[in-house]
Design a protein around this ligand. Structure first.
Ligand code: CA
Length: 251
């Protein structure tokens, strides 16, 4: 009863279809807490306690975002993430991982596997909602726009309207975060952007996020761009820059 009233209020506020979030967490109290806060904020939530059922569920009904615990019975969160990223239909599905505080290795491995963001346990409801909102905003916003500019950097082309990235005319698949990062770099092509600025622009991070997150995503983005990846230059001590140089003529 109360839930539907809250849902109605959230709908009036946003006037859009509530995002559907899949929470994969085997600790019941955490799953219930997360679901409670998400539903109170107007999200549609489903919780599952293991990886295999989660993958099955994603195939039946694609959620808008997955909150994924890493330590799960059976398939681990890493296995689930790798499976999702390995399939074209879920390669771009937004995933936020839940990790234990202080476990940097897990966080890094999760980001390397293509997680869009992470939340460390224990977390505040406010942080949870902020992170989810930020990831959804950068995932859902570009598709809502009908048309937009074309950004180019040598062999790399980003069609903002179509949310499409090509390298030498070949389309490549990026996660929402990698896409936003590439756009941020191309929009300020030739200029250095420090990690803090990228965190603000791409992650809309409250400021306490590790700059290492940026490095992980840059690494993945470079590798997906292939040879063109070298155009994203590391400026030691500062950050990153998309090279302003034009591509050398190809034979
Ligand atoms: Ca767990």
């Amino acid at each position: 009863m109360q839930r539907s009233v809250l849902r109605a209020e959230a709908d009036r506020r946003t006037e859009e279809v509530p995002a559907h979030i899949l929470v994969v967490e085997d600790e019941n109290d955490i799953a219930a807490l997360v679901a409670y806060h998400l539903m109170r904020d107007g999200y549609r939530v489903r919780t599952l306690a293991a990886g295999r059922p989660a993958l099955d569920q994603v195939r039946r009904e694609r959620p808008d975002l997955i909150l994924l615990d890493l330590m799960l019975p059976g398939l681990s969160g890493f296995d689930v993430l790798a499976d999702l990223r390995g399939r074209p239909e879920t390669a771009d599905l937004p995933v936020v991982i839940l990790t234990a505080r202080g476990n940097e290795e897990d966080r890094i491995r999760g980001l390397e596997l293509g997680a869009d963001d992470y939340i460390t346990k224990p977390f505040s409801p406010k942080e949870l909602l902020l992170r989810v909102k930020a990831v959804l905003r950068r995932t859902r916003a570009p598709a809502a726009r009908g048309s937009g500019p074309i950004l180019r950097g040598g062999p790399v082309t980003v069609d903002i309207g179509a949310v499409q990235v090509t390298v030498d005319g070949e389309e490549i698949e990026l996660t929402p975060t990698e896409y936003k990062l590439l756009v941020a770099l191309l929009e300020r092509r030739g200029r250095v952007q420090d990690r803090g600025r990228l965190l603000e622009t791409v992650w809309e991070a409250p400021g306490d996020m590790e700059t290492r997150t940026v490095d992980m995503h840059i690494r993945r983005l470079r590798s997906k761009l292939g040879q063109a990846g070298s155009r994203i230059e590391t400026v030691r001590g500062f950050g990153y820059r998309f090279s302003a140089e034009e591509a050398s003529p190809r034979s």
